[in-house]
Design a binder for this molecule. Structure first.
Ligand SMILES: Nc1ncnc2c1ncn2[C@@H]1O[C@H](COP(=O)(O)OP(=O)(O)OP(=O)(O)O)[C@@H](O)[C@H]1O
Length: 971
C-alpha cells in the first residue's frame, strides 16, 4: 500500500520530517481505498516538541469526501515529565490505532493533539507509519496432534486473541495430558447471509415458514439455549477433564518416549561425532594415501622413464658391445697376422741390428783404412799454392820465378837465377789456374776427419799478400776453405744423421801481439783471455763465445761477424790482417747413435800473419814489435813441428799463443794441413824460398827422411798400393752405401710394420678398454634396473599396507554403521508404533494448528536430525566406495538416486551442490512422514527451514534446545 503524506498546502512531505504542531492539526494523510473487512492500523510514534506540560494525541480516520464515518481513537497522553527545559522533545512510544469495520471507500487519517496543560503545547511530532490490513476472522481451527498412549485428544478450551501488535494468539487446553500440537489451520469464516442476520425470524425446518418471534420468546429461547449450552459446557468440561487425564497419560508416555528418543539422539550424537572423527581421520588418511599414491605415481612414472632410458641405453650398449665384440674378434683374428708381422719386424730388426753391427764394423774398418791412408799420406800434409802475378807486378814487368811443369807430381820448381832451378816437393802444388774448389777437394777428407773425432788443424802460411786470406776465407763469389769446410761438414752431418748426431759450434779468435781477442764477443772482454786445459788433451779459452751453428747460413753470418770484428780498430784492414793470426775453431760434439759413442773434436782453420823477414821489412817501433811477435810465434810453430818430428819428449807448445791454442790439434792423432802460399814474382823470390824451405821442413816431419828417401820404384810400388787401397776403399764405400741403403729400407719397413703393429695394438687395447667400460656400464645399469624394480616393489608393498590400514577403519566404520542403522531402525519402529496411536480429528486439527509453532518445528528438526544422522551413518561408506560414487557423481550419472542419497551427506560436507540441496529438500518430508504419516506442504516447508543446516553441530545443539523448549511448553 502506498502512503502519501501531505502538508497543509497539499504538498507531499516526508513522514519522518518533524511537522509543526500547528500545521499538523489540519494535516493528514490520504489512505487509499479500503475494501470490505479492512482493518486500519495507524502506527504513530516519535517525539513531540513542546515547551512545557503534557499533551494528548488522538488519531482520526475520516471517510474521504463524504465526511461520514468519522472514527476516533482514544486519546493518548504524552507526558512531558518534569522536563523544565523549553523546547524539549518528549519522546513517546509507538501508538497503534486500529480501526475495524470500515466501510469501503477512501479514508484519510488525521492526528489531533490536545493540550492538557496548556502552556505552550507541543510544537510538532513525527508519524511513523500508517497501514491497512484486511481483517481475518478465525472461524475454525484444525489442530493436528499426537496425544500418545492411545488417549484421544480432547480440546476443552480454545481461545483466540489478537494482540496489539496484530499477532493472533490461540490458546487451547487438552483434557488429558498435554497434547503435542503439530499443526494449526486457520480457515476463513463463511459469511452469514445478510438477510438472516438482519431479521429476527425463525425459519421452520419442516415447512420453511418464517416465524416471527417476539422479544420475549427470543429471550426465553436465549435463556433455554443458554442453559442448554451451559449444560453442554459442563458435559464438555467433564469430558475435557477426562481427555485431559488421557492426554496427561499420553503426555507421560510421550515424555518417556521423548526421554528414550533423547537417549537415542544422544547416542546418535555420539555416533555422529565418532563418525565425524572417523570421517576426518579417514579424510586425512585418504589425503595421505592420495598424496602417497600421487607421489608413487610420480615416482613410478619417473622410474618407468628412467627404466626406459636405461633399457634404451642398455640396448645401445649391447649393440655397441656386440660391435666391439665383433671388432675384438676381428682384432683377435688379426693377431696371428700381427704376430707374423711382429716376427717379421723382429727379424728385420735383428737383420737391421746385424747390418748395423756390420756397418759399424765396416765403418771402423773404413776409418782404419782411411787413417792408414792418411797416415800413408802423412798426418801433416803440405799443399803449396802460388797466386797469379798481380796487375801491379805485371805492369812493373816482374818475371815469374815459379815452374809448374811438374806440379802434378807435387814438384814446384823455383828459378833461382839463370838456368838454376830448385825443386820443392809437396803433397799438392796448385798453380794460379787452380780454383778454390780444386784446393778444397784435396783438403776435404781431412776436414771430414773432425766428424770422426779427430782434431784437425789447417793453416795457411806465407808472405804477406800471397793469398793466405784468399785461400782460407775467399770472397763471396769464390768461397775459401773455411766456408767450404763448414759446408762440407753440414753435408756429411746430413748424410750421417741416421747414425750420428752432431752439435757444431764456432769460435773466431784473433792473436795479435800474443794476445787473444774474441771476435764474436759483443763487448770487449773484461780480462785477458787465457788458454786453459779443460781435460786431458783438450784445451780451451774460458769465456770465449761458442756460436752454435746449424746451417750454412748461420755459418756465413758468424764468419762475417768475425771478419767485421777483425776490421774494428784498424784503419787498414789488409795491413792489420797481415800482422795478426786469425783463427777459426770449429768444435764438434758427435754421438754415434748405433753404439752410443760420444766424441768431442775440434778443427782449427788458421790464417797466419805474414811471414816476411824482419830484416827486410826494416821496421821499428810498434811495427817492429808486431813483426817480432809474428816471427816469434811462427818460429814457435816451427819449433813445435821440429819437436814433433824428432818425437821429442817435450813439445814446446806454450812458447806462443798460437802453438798453445793449437796444442791438441797438432801432433798425436790429430791431422794437420798446411797451405804454403807463395808469390810467383821475382821480387819476392827470397821470401818464396824462405816459405818453401819452412814448408819443406814441416812436410819432412811426417815423411820421415828414410821414407822420403825411398827410391822411385819403391815409391811407385807404394803409390800402386795406395791406389789399390783407394779402390778397395771405394768399393767398400759402395758396399757400405748399399748396406746402408738396405738398412735404411729395412729400417723404414720395420718402422712401418712396427707402427702398424703399434696402431693395431693400440686399437686392440682401446677396444678392450671400451669393451670393459661398456660391460661395466651395462652391469651397473642392470644393477640400477634391479634396484629400481626392488624400490617399486617396496612402494607397492607400502601402498598395499596403506590400503589394508585404510580398510581396517572402513570395516570398523561399516560395523558401526550397521549397528547404528539397526539401532535406529529399532527406534524408528518403536516410534512408529507409538505413532500408530489413534488420532482423532481434533488431534489432527490441533497438530495442524501447531504446524507453525517453533517448538513443533524444533521437534521436527530433532527428528530430522535423527534421520539425517542415520543417513549419515548409512552414508559413511568405505573410502573406495565413496571414491567410486564420486566418480559416478562426477560423470553425472543419476541412475541410482538411493546411492546418491547415501553418498550425499559425505559429499555435502565438502562440496555443497545443487543435488545435495535437492536431497536435503526431499529428505525432511520423508523424515516427517515417518512421524506424522501425512506429508502436508506446510510441515515440509517448516522442516526444510531446519533441515537446511542440520549437519551443523550448533543446530544439533539447537535441536536439543528446541526439544527442551518443547518439553517445557508441554509441561
Ligand atoms: N790464387 C789466387 N788467385 C787470384 N788472386 C789471388 C790468389 N791469391 C791471392 N790473390 C790476390 O792477391 C791479393 C792478396 O791476397 P791476400 O790478401 O789473400 O794475401 P795474404 O797473404 O793474406 O796477405 P796478408 O798476409 O797481408 O793477409 C788479393 O787481392 C787476392 O785477391
Amino acid at each position: 500500500m502506498n502512503t502519501n503524506y501531505h502538508d497543509d498546502n497539499g504538498d507531499e512531505v516526508d513522514s519522518m520530517l518533524c511537522i509543526p504542531f500547528s500545521r499538523l492539526i489540519k494535516s493528514g494523510f490520504i489512505i487509499t481505498k479500503c475494501s470490505d473487512n479492512t482493518v486500519l492500523f495507524v502506527n504513530v510514534g516519535g517525539e513531540a516538541v513542546k515547551e512545557e506540560g503534557n499533551c494528548a494525541i488522538s488519531v482520526v480516520a475520516d471517510r474521504f469526501f463524504d465526511g461520514g464515518d468519522v472514527l476516533r481513537t482514544d486519546e493518548r497522553i504524552i507526558d512531558a515529565g518534569d522536563m523544565p527545559a523549553i523546547y524539549q522533545s518528549a519522546r513517546f512510544g509507538n501508538f497503534s490505532y486500529r480501526f475495524s469495520n470500515l466501510s469501503p471507500g477512501e479514508y484519510f487519517v488525521d492526528l489531533q493533539f490536545a493540550e492538557i496543560v496548556n502552556i505552550n503545547g507541543p510544537k510538532g511530532m513525527r508519524v511513523f507509519d500508517v497501514f491497512i490490513q484486511e481483517e481475518k476472522v478465525v472461524s475454525a481451527l484444525d489442530i493436528y496432534s499426537i496425544v500418545g498412549a492411545n488417549k484421544p485428544l480432547q480440546v476443552v478450551d480454545i481461545r483466540v486473541s489478537v494482540g496489539l501488535d496484530g499477532v493472533v494468539v490461540i490458546r487451547f487446553q487438552g483434557v488429558c495430558g498435554s497434547p503435542v500440537v503439530n499443526g494449526i489451520c486457520i480457515k476463513q469464516a463463511s459469511r452469514v447471509p445478510a438477510d438472516q442476520e438482519e431479521h429476527e425470524y425463525v425459519i421452520c425446518s419442516n415447512c420453511d415458514t418464517e416465524i416471527e418471534i417476539s422479544s420475549c420468546q427470543k429471550q426465553n429461547i436465549r435463556i433455554k439455549s443458554t442453559a442448554k449450552l451451559e449444560r453442554k459446557i459442563e458435559e464438555l468440561k467433564n469430558l475435557c477433564q477426562l481427555k485431559s487425564e488421557e492426554c496427561y497419560q499420553a503426555w507421560m508416555s510421550l515424555t518417556a518416549a521423548n526421554e528414550q528418543l533423547e537417549k537415542v539422539r544422544m547416542e546418535l550424537d555420539n555416533k555422529y561425532f565418532q563418525n565425524l572423527r572417523l570421517d576426518q581421520a579417514m579424510g586425512k588418511q585418504a589425503a595421505k594415501l592420495k598424496d602417497i599414491s600421487s607421489r608413487y605415481e610420480y615416482d613410478k612414472k619417473h622410474w618407468l622413464a628412467s627404466i626406459r632410458e636405461l633399457e634404451r641405453k642398455v640396448e645401445t650398449m649391447k649393440q655397441e658391445h656386440s660391435q666391439l665384440s665383433s671388432e675384438a674378434h676381428n682384432c683377435a683374428d688379426s693377431i696371428p697376422e700381427l704376430n707374423k708381422m711382429i716376427f717379421g719386424v723382429q727379424a728385420l730388426v735383428a737383420q737391421c741390428e746385424d747390418l748395423k753391427l756390420k756397418f759399424s764394423e765396416e765403418q771402423a774398418k773404413r776409418k782404419k783404412l782411411y787413417n792408414q791412408m792418411q797416415e800413408a799420406k802423412g798426418n801433416i800434409r803440405v799443399f803449396c799454392r802460388c797466386r797469379p802475378l798481380s796487375k801491379e807486378e805485371t805492369s812493373a814487368g816482374y818475371a815469374t820465378v815459379v815452374d809448374f811443369s811438374a806440379a802434378k807430381d807435387g814438384d814446384l820448381g823455383i828459378l833461382t837465377g839463370g838456368s838454376a832451378k830448385k825443386i820443392f816437393k809437396f803433397d799438392r802444388v796448385y798453380t794460379p789456374k787452380d780454383n778454390q774448389a780444386d784446393v778444397f777437394e784435396d783438403a776435404s777428407p781431412m776436414v771430414v776427419s773432425v766428424l770422426d773425432g779427430y782434431n784437425v788443424c789447417i793453416f795457411a802460411y806465407g808472405q804477406t799478400g800471397t793469398g793466405k786470406t784468399f785461400t782460407m776465407e775467399g770472397t763471396e763469389q769464390s768461397r775459401g776453405v773455411n766456408y767450404r769446410t763448414l759446408e762440407q761438414l753440414f753435408k756429411v752431418v746430413e748424410e750421417r744423421k741416421e747414425t750420428f748426431t752432431y752439435n757444431i759450434s764456432v769460435s773466431v779468435l784473433e792473436v795479435y801481439n800474443e794476445q787473444i781477442r774474441d771476435l764474436l764477443a759483443t763487448a770487449p772482454a773484461s780480462k785477458r783471455l787465457e788458454i786453459r786445459q779443460a781435460s786431458e788433451g783438450f784445451h780451451h779459452v774460458p769465456g770465449i763465445v761458442e756460436a752454435k751453428v746449424e746451417n750454412i747460413k748461420e755459418v756465413w753470418d758468424v764468419l762475417l761477424a768475425g771478419s767485421n770484428a777483425r776490421a774494428v780498430g784498424s784503419n787498414n784492414v789488409n795491413e792489420h790482417s797481415s800482422r795478426s793470426h786469425c783463427m777459426l775453431c770449429i768444435l764438434v760434439r758427435a754421438k754415434n747413435l748405433i753404439n752410443g759413442e760420444c766424441t768431442k773434436s775440434k778443427l782449427w782453420l788458421v790464417d797466419l800473419a805474414g811471414s816476411e823477414r824482419l830484416a827486410k821489412t826494416e821496421v821499428q817501433g810498434e811495427r817492429l814489435k808486431e813483426a817480432q811477435n809474428i816471427n816469434r810465434s811462427l818460429s814457435a810453430l816451427g819449433d813445435v813441428i821440429s819437436a814433433l818430428a824428432t818425437k821429442s819428449n817435450h813439445i814446446p807448445y806454450r812458447n806462443s799463443k798460437i802453438t798453445h791454442l793449437l796444442q791438441d790439434s797438432i801432433g798425436g792423432d790429430s791431422k794437420t794441413l798446411m797451405f804454403v802460399q807463395v808469390s810467383p814474382s821475382e821480387q819476392d823470390l827470397g821470401e818464396t824460398l824462405s816459405s818453401l824451405n819452412f814448408a819443406s821442413r814441416v812436410r819432412g816431419i811426417e815423411l820421415a827422411p828414410a821414407k822420403k828417401q825411398v827410391d822411385a820404384n819403391e815409391h811407385q810400388k807404394f803409390r800402386l798400393m795406395v791406389d789399390k787401397l783407394k779402390q778397395e776403399l771405394r768399393s767398400k764405400d759402395d758396399a757400405l752405401r748399399k748396406l746402408e741403403e738396405n738398412l735404411h729400407t729395412a729400417e723404414a719397413k720395420a718402422k712401418d710394420k712396427d707402427q702398424l703393429c703399434r696402431n693395431q695394438q693400440e686399437k686392440l687395447s682401446e677396444v678392450e678398454v671400451q669393451l670393459a667400460s661398456k660391460t661395466e656400464l651395462s652391469r651397473q645399469l642392470e644393477k640400477q634396473v634391479l634396484r629400481l624394480s626392488r624400490g617399486m616393489k617396496e612402494k607397492d608393498e607400502i601402498c598395499s599396507k596403506f590400503q589394508l590400514k585404510v580398510q581396517e577403519p572402513e570395516n570398523k566404520l561399516k560395523d558401526r554403521e550397521h549397528t547404528a542403522s539397526m539401532t535406529l531402525q529399532h527406534k524408528e519402529q518403536s516410534t512408529y508404533s507409538s505413532e500408530k496411536l489413534q488420532v482423532t480429528p481434533n488431534m489432527v486439527s490441533v497438530l495442524k494448528a501447531e504446524k507453525d509453532s517453533p517448538n513443533i518445528r524444533s521437534l521436527s528438526s530433532t527428528t530430522r536430525t535423527i534421520n539425517v544422522e542415520s543417513e549419515l551413518l548409512k552414508g559413511t561408506d568405505s573410502l573406495r566406495e565413496l571414491r567410486r560414487k564420486k566418480q559416478i557423481q562426477s560423470k553425472g550419472s543419476e541412475n541410482s538416486f538411493n546411492s546418491f542419497l547415501l553418498s550425499a551427506p559425505l559429499v555435502d560436507k565438502r562440496v555443497p551442490s545443487a543435488e545435495s540441496n535437492k536431497a536435503r529438500q526431499i529428505d525432511p518430508s520423508k523424515a516427517f512422514s515417518r512421524i506424522t504419516r501425512s506429508g502436508t506442504k506446510s510441515v515440509t516447508t517448516g522442516q526444510r527451514a531446519f533441515s537446511d543446516n542440520n549437519f551443523n553441530r550448533d543446530q544439533v545443539r539447537g535441536g536439543k534446545e528446541s526439544s527442551s523448549r518443547l518439553k517445557m511448553w508441554l509441561r
